[in-house]
Design a protein around this ligand. Structure first.
Ligand code: FMN
Length: 190
């Protein structure tokens, strides 16, 4: 059996090296459209996406991501985003319905909603040959100030986008085996 979506999921990688090409307006719209169609708790659609295209702003944003050697060696620097064609800053506006539902479920439904919408964009971009990288590691305070994000609005994540630099390599990250990630009917301890 074949699955088109699984093909895209399989080929997607986090891309941190970008080439010079700009992302066409039509493709950007498709990427945003895929976020618009995402499911959300109580259909709250809590998102607002700031599409940063201005080179100076992208440069400023790249300085506003902390260098994190001391925190997580792996994210030594998120400065690579200075080469991105576009940065999408995914903002979330808390909704009273999800807020009370979250209290019952004991979960952050707002961020779950945001994660789904962002990954829709990631997969649509991958299908269109555009590289992306999620950024969960950024300076909330500085970015809020730079882009005029209101106090009650949360920043869920940043997404860098650009055509992959074909000369660069993107290493395939290992995944757990299928048998390791699920159990049937009851929780099975690994
Ligand atoms: C919520 C989230 C936050 C992430 N934050 C960062 C980040 O700050 N910097 C970075 O370089 N990659 C970041 N990543 C990318 C992951 O490191 C990457 O998805 C993971 O290592 C698997 O590699 P792959 O995406 O190439 O399959 C993040 C991914 C997710 C889902």
């Amino acid at each position: 059996m074949e699955s088109k979506i699984l093909e895209v999921i399989t080929k997607r990688r986090s891309i941190r090296n970008y080439g010079p090409g700009e992302i066409e307006e039509e493709k950007l719209r498709l990427i945003l459209e895929s976020a618009r169609l995402a499911p959300s708790s109580c259909n709250s659609q809590p998102w607002h996406f700031i599409v940063v295209k201005d080179r100076k702003k992208i440069e400023d944003l790249s300085k506003d991501v902390p260098v994190g050697e001391k925190i997580i060696g792996y994210y030594a620097s998120n400065r690579f985003i200075s080469k991105a064609s576009i940065i999408i800053v995914a903002c979330a506006n808390p909704h009273p319905i999800t807020h009370s539902a979250a209290k019952v479920a004991g979960m952050d439904l707002l961020m779950l909603d945001m994660g789904i919408a962002i990954e829709h964009m990631v997969l649509t971009a991958a299908e269109l040959g555009i590289g992306t990288c999620w950024l969960g590691y950024f300076s909330d305070k500085k970015i809020r100030k730079l882009l005029g994000i209101p106090k009650r609005t949360k920043i869920a994540a940043l997404l860098s986008l650009g055509y992959p630099d074909v000369t660069g390599r993107s290493k395939e990250q290992k995944r757990k085996e299928l048998r390791e990630i699920y159990s049937i009917n009851t929780y099975k301890k690994q």
